[in-house]
Design a protein around this ligand. Sequence first.
Ligand SMILES: *[C@@H]1O[C@H](CO)[C@@H](O)[C@H](O)[C@H]1NC(C)=O
Ligand SMILES: *[C@@H]1O[C@H](CO)[C@@H](O)[C@H](O)[C@H]1NC(C)=O
Ligand SMILES: *[C@@H]1O[C@H](CO)[C@@H](O)[C@H](O)[C@H]1NC(C)=O
Ligand SMILES: *[C@@H]1O[C@H](CO)[C@@H](O)[C@H](O)[C@H]1NC(C)=O
Ligand SMILES: *[C@@H]1O[C@H](CO)[C@@H](O)[C@H](O)[C@H]1NC(C)=O
Ligand SMILES: *[C@@H]1O[C@H](CO)[C@@H](O)[C@H](O)[C@H]1NC(C)=O
Ligand SMILES: *[C@@H]1O[C@H](CO)[C@@H](O)[C@H](O)[C@H]1NC(C)=O
Ligand SMILES: *[C@@H]1O[C@H](CO)[C@@H](O)[C@H](O)[C@H]1NC(C)=O
Ligand SMILES: *[C@@H]1O[C@H](CO)[C@@H](O)[C@H](O)[C@H]1NC(C)=O
Length: 694
Amino acid sequence: MRISIQIFSSLLLAASVAGASENSRFFKRQSNNTDYVLKKGPLDTPWTEKVGTDPWPEYPRPQMERSDWLNLNGVWQYQNVTGPALDVQERDPGAPPFGKDLGNPVLVPFCLESALSGVMGRKAIRSWYRRTFDIPTEWNPDNRVLLNFGAVDYETTVFVNGHNATKHTGGYWSFEIDITDFLYTNVTNELLVYVWDPTNLELDRIPNGKQVIDPQHIWYTPCSGIWQTVWLESAPAERITKVDLSADMDGVVNVTVHSSGNTPSLPYDFTIHALNSDATATAQGTTNEPFVFKIDGVELWSPETPNLYNVTIQMGHDTVETYLGFRTVSQGVIDGVPRPLLNGEFHFLFSTLDQGFWPDGIYSPPSLEAMKWDLELLKDTGFNMVRKHIKVEPALFYRACDEIGLMVMQDMPSMTHEFYSRDRDPDFLPASITAMDQYDIDIITQCQAQALNRDQVLLEHQAEFNRQLAILIEQHKSYPSIVSWVIYNEGWGQPRWLPVEYNLTAMVKSLDPTRLVNAVTGWHDHGAGDYHDNHHYSYPQCGTPWYSLDSSPYDPKRIGFQGEFGGLGHNISDENAWKVPRSINEVNRTYEINPTTDIWNMRAHKLFVELTEQVELYACSGAVYTQTTDVEGEVNGLVTYDRRLNRMDVEQWKSDIQGLYDAARKRVEGKEVQMGKTASAESVGSVPVISWGS
Ligand SMILES: *[C@@H]1O[C@H](CO)[C@@H](O)[C@H](O)[C@H]1NC(C)=O
Ligand SMILES: *[C@@H]1O[C@H](CO)[C@@H](O)[C@H](O)[C@H]1NC(C)=O
Ligand SMILES: *[C@@H]1O[C@H](CO)[C@@H](O)[C@H](O)[C@H]1NC(C)=O
Ligand SMILES: *[C@@H]1O[C@H](CO)[C@@H](O)[C@H](O)[C@H]1NC(C)=O
Ligand SMILES: *[C@@H]1O[C@H](CO)[C@@H](O)[C@H](O)[C@H]1NC(C)=O
Ligand SMILES: *[C@@H]1O[C@H](CO)[C@@H](O)[C@H](O)[C@H]1NC(C)=O
Ligand SMILES: *[C@@H]1O[C@H](CO)[C@@H](O)[C@H](O)[C@H]1NC(C)=O
Ligand SMILES: *[C@@H]1O[C@H](CO)[C@@H](O)[C@H](O)[C@H]1NC(C)=O
Ligand SMILES: *[C@@H]1O[C@H](CO)[C@@H](O)[C@H](O)[C@H]1NC(C)=O
C-alpha cells in the first residue's frame, strides 16, 4: 500500500500552524512544489519529460518488501553550503538550519548535478536537503517508523526534528534508521539531511567510480547527494532486518533471516509459492542462523529460463515478501579448460560494459521504464550478461536482471584511480603532469603540508575500500542474476606493489561462497581470483597464448576472459550529442571513430570474427563489449547517450553473438565436466526436505 502524502496535507497543515504558534519546535510545512522546474540539460532522453514531480514511485527494495510504506521522493528544499573559507577538507557545515525554509527546490532522487534535480549544480560538495513529512494515521501506533535511503553520495548526516539520527559514509549503499523516538505524532515532522561529497577533490580517496569534478574523456559528470528513493516504513520492534538467501540447482535453500529486538532467536515461517499453481511449501526456521533445507521438483533460474519463486517470510507480527531463483555458479574444467558453469553447464558469458549514466539523471535513471529499456535492449540483442561497471545500481536494477534473465558481473566502484598505481617513492612527481595527475600531486602536497604519513593515509584508504567492498557483497548477495564480483578494474585504486587481491578475494568468498570472483579485470594481475582477464580494445586477446602491453600470458588455471573489448566509435550528430563544448572537442579521444554506422557495424563484425576464432581455438570463456551507450564525449555505445539512435545492424549482431555461443558449445559438446573449484555445488549432507502443499 502506498499512501500519498497529499491526503494528510490539509489536516496537518492546520496542526502544524497551531503547533508553531505554541512552540518553536514545531516546523512550518515546506512550501508547495510549484517552484520546481526541470532544467534544460546538455541532452535529454525519451523519458525526461515524463518524470514529473512523483518520480520512482515503485517500492524500492524488492528483496524485503513490506506493505506499510510511504515514498518520500518528490520536491524537497535544497541549499548549497557556500563560503570562501571552506576548503574541501572541511566536512562540517556549521549549525544545521533547523526549522528554516531552504532557498531552492530539488527533485529527489536525482543527483544535484542532473537536469532532473532542477539544480544542475557543479561542485555540490556540501549540501542541505529538507522536507517535512507526516506519519500516516492508519499505521499501527505500536510499530516503529523506519527511514530508508536507497543511496546518498557520499557522506550523509540525517536530522529528524533536530535530532542527529545517523551519519552514513559511502555513495552506493542503502541505510535505514529507526526514527520513532524522534517523531511527533500530532504535528508535522522535519527531515534535514546534510551531504558532503568531495568526489575526487580531496585527500581521501573514496570509492566513486567514473565520477570526476572536471569531466573529460572516459571520466564523467559526478553525482552528489540523494540519488535513490527515500522512504518510510512501519514495522514491529521485533522485526526482520535482513534476509540472506541463496538457492541452488539441487533445490537446496540456504537462508539467514536476521532480526532485531531483544530475542536473538525467533521462529519464522518461510513460504515458497509455486510457479504455476497455488501450491506453497513452508519451512520453519530460527532467526540469525543459517537454515538449510531442500525442496524437490523446482525449475532452475538461467538467462534462458529466468524462473523466480515468490517467498513470504513471517516472523511474529512482521511479514516481508521476497523471492529466489534456484541456480548454481561454479568453475569446472571441460576438456582441460577451466570454464564458468551455471547449473553445471558451461555458459559463454557475453556482456556489455554498462556504465549506468544518464544525460538527464546522471547516476539516477529517469524511471524504472528507462532503466529496463537498456536491459531489454541487451537481452533482445542476445547478450546474456551485463557487466555493471564501477557503479552500483538501485535494487530494482538487479530485480529486473533477475526477471529478464541477464547475468550480472558486478564491479566494486573504484577509488579515484591514479594514486595507488604509482610507485611508492614519496618524492615521485612525473615529468608530464596531466589534469588527472594533478589531484595526486595535491595529495602528496597535502600529506607533506599536514605532516601526514603517506603510507598511513594509504592504509586508511585501503581499509575504507575493504569495508565498503564487504558492504557491496552483503547488500547484493541474494540476487540470483549476479554471478561474479569484480574487485579492481584496470589498476584503479589498486596498490600495484602489494597483491592485496588475494586477501580481498578470500574475504569476498567468505562473505559469499556462491559466486566467482574476478579479482582484477585488466592490467595488474597477480594471479588471484577465478578469472584471467585481459582488456584489449580493437584486437581481442581472450585466453590466447599471445599477449601484449598491460597483459600477462594466459594462466591455464583460471577462466580466460576478455573483460573489455570493442570501444568502436561513431560520431554523433548534434541532436544526439552531449552539448558540452569540452565533450564535443574530446570526441576524438574515443579509441576509433567510424564515419558511418555501416562501417561501424562492419568493424564490429570483424571483432566478432576474431573473438569467435579465439573461442574455437583457445581458452576464451566470455567477453565484455564496450559499451551499452555513449557517455558524454565517449561515442562508442550500441546506442547514443540519449538512447534515441541504435547503431546496431541488429540481425548482424544477433547472428554474431549466436556464433559465439555456438562456438563455445562445440568446444564442450560430448565432453565431461570435471568439477574443479566449485562455488556451491558441494553436497550439504542430510537436510530437511520440504514438500509442496496448498
Ligand atoms: C503535541 O504533543 C505534544 C506532546 O506530545 C504536546 O506538548 C503538544 O501540545 C501537542 N501539540 C498539539 C498541536 O496538539
Ligand atoms: C502554492 O502555489 C500557489 C500557486 O502557485 C501559490 O499561490 C501559493 O502561494 C503557494 N504556496 C506556498 C506556501 O508557497
Ligand atoms: C556551492 O558553493 C561552492 C562554494 O561557494 C561553489 O563553488 C559551487 O559552485 C556551489 N555549487 C552549487 C551546486 O551551487
Ligand atoms: C551526528 O552523529 C554522528 C554519530 O552517529 C557523529 O559522528 C556526527 O559527528 C554527528 N554530527 C553532528 C553534526 O552532530
Ligand atoms: C549457508 O550460508 C551461510 C552464509 O550465509 C554459510 O556460512 C553456510 O556455509 C551455508 N551453508 C551451506 C550448507 O551451504
Ligand atoms: C510473484 O508476485 C508478484 C506480485 O507480488 C506477481 O506479480 C508474480 O506473478 C508472482 N510470481 C510468481 C511466479 O508467482
Ligand atoms: C593478508 O592477510 C594476512 C592475514 O591477515 C596478512 O598477514 C597479510 O599481510 C595480508 N596481505 C596483504 C598483501 O595485505
Ligand atoms: C563530432 O561531431 C560534432 C558535431 O556533433 C563535431 O562538432 C565534431 O567535430 C565531431 N568530432 C569528430 C572527431 O569527428
Ligand atoms: C582532438 O581535437 C582537438 C581540437 O578540437 C585537438 O586539440 C586535440 O589534439 C585532438 N586530440 C586528438 C587525440 O586527436
